[in-house]
Design a binder for this molecule. Structure first.
Ligand code: CTP
Length: 401
């Protein structure tokens, strides 16, 4: 009985995998959950409401109004009742509507009213799943903090491997149990923004000013956060790393200005932000529109102007309950400098990277950090970047819960 007493709204949309929702419903009830089913009108073509009502032991909701007496089926009450909403199967169409707030049926209005964690199990033809539009909508849902239950693999029409078949009911239930267990997934329903990597500041169409940041620390943080159940918005400068977890929504940018724009756009929907990017402090004042030609006999100079401080700009608009985390890379007077940044940027804590430790910092797979907040500091040993990410995420979890 791993879901004892949990209220689960099971949303069923119109795909062939809807037949699996019957098994799913039975498994949820076997685990001790109370289940209320909402179906889209199309879903009723694939599985009958009578089946779902019998299995869930509750009447099934489909329409905004009850046809016999005209009374209102309240999606708001249902959204408030839920400890979790699970949309399984989620078709491409419903995912698109959820991502864009197109509330034309009771299931989508319930989704929009739901305050609890929402789990989405996509199920569709593999080529539909691979389409950039579907991929974008899924990423969009992940960026709202919804948890995507990855579909299973199969062969695309092109002969290549792809994903689309809904995860098996047993896997879906296990995913829910893990995510709803406060000890295991402490960040279910939370959204965290991360900046990562370097920024490139253009000099002319073919040249830029950049730095050696690889983005490894930020990407490790993104994976650990997503693994803890968070939706992650990862704003990445130019880097050569891939992210893996489906709940990471990646936005690629080049310059500090672009990175700031994206960060400001997303921060208000986030519970926390971790600023791990190595943002260029300056950009070229006047970028040349054409390639600068060289002249052996002449030196040239480039006028640089300060870039905005992204961390500080989020610090200024940070609301009660939001957590802001920064990094500091120092070579001397480390703690004093880091403490100054903590205050100036209105951070909740700052992660100090010492360049004096061999194996720590840019390009390495290991890092040695000290976490500093207004109460003091905690020093950690030299560890892999993934383990360092875990230490940082544990501190964040303490502040968010
Ligand atoms: N930061 C930022 N935007 C900038 C500069 C820095 O968001 N334009 C963030 C970094 O992501 C990091 C922290 O601020 O979290 C680092 O602060 P910064 O004052 O830039 O530190 P250093 O780069 O170490 O700066 P300095 O050269 O002043 O030591």
């Amino acid at each position: 009985m791993r879901l004892k007493g949990k209220h689960i709204v099971l949303g069923i949309t119109g795909g062939i995998a809807a037949y699996k929702s019957a098994v799913l419903c039975r498994l949820l009830i076997k685990e001790g959950a109370e289940v209320k089913v909402v179906m889209t009108p199309n879903a009723t073509e694939f599985i009958t409401p009578v089946t779902m009502a019998t299995l869930s032991k509750n009447s099934v909701l489909i329409d905004f109004f009850k046809h016999d007496d005209g009374s209102w089926n309240s999606h708001v009450d249902l959204g408030l009742w839920a400890d979790a909403m699970l949309v399984a199967p989620a078709t491409a169409s419903s995912i698109g509507k959820m991502a864009n707030g197109i509330a034309d049926n009771l299931l989508i209005t319930t989704y929009l009213s739901c305050k609890a964690p929402v789990f989405v199990a996509p199920a569709m033809d593999l080529d539909m799943m691979a389409h950039p539009s579907t991929q974008r909508n899924i990423k969009q849902l992940a960026s709202y903090g919804n948890l995507i239950i990855e579909p299973e693999s199969g062969e695309l029409a092109s002969g290549l491997e792809g994903k689309g078949r809904m995860a098996e009911p047993e896997s879906i239930v296990n995913f829910l149990v893990d995510a709803l267990d406060p000890k295991k997934k402490s960040l279910a329903g939370k959204t965290v923004l991360i900046t990562a990597g370097p920024t490139y500041e253009k000099i002319d169409p073919v040249r830029f000013i950049g730095n050696f940041s690889t983005g490894k620390m930020g990407f490790a943080l993104a994976e650990v956060l997503a693994g803890q159940g968070a939706g992650v918005v990862l704003i990445a400068g130019p880097v050569h790393i891939k992210c893996h977890h489906p709940n990471i929504s990646r936005i690629d940018v080049q310059s500090a200005i672009e990175m700031q724009q994206k960060a400001l756009e997303h921060f208000s929907n986030c519970d926390a932000a971790i600023m791990s990017a190595a943002v260029a402090d300056y950009r070229v004042d006047q970028m040349a529109n054409e390639k600068i030609k060289h002249d052996k006999n002449q030196s040239i100079s480039i006028q640089l102007v300060p870039n905005p401080d992204i961390a500080a700009s989020l610090g200024q608009i940070k609301k009660e309950g939001q957590v802001l985390v920064g990094f500091a890379l120092e070579t001397h007077n480390e703690q004093a400098h880091a403490q100054k940044k903590l205050v100036e940027k209105n951070l909740d804590f700052i992660v100090l990277n010492s360049l004096n430790t061999p194996g720590a910092g840019f390009g390495h797979d290991t890092n040695q950090i000290t976490i500093i907040d207004s109460n003091g500091f905690e020093a950690f040993e030299l560890k892999s970047k993934t383990e360092v990410a875990q230490d940082i995420v544990h501190r964040l979890i303490r502040l968010l819960n």
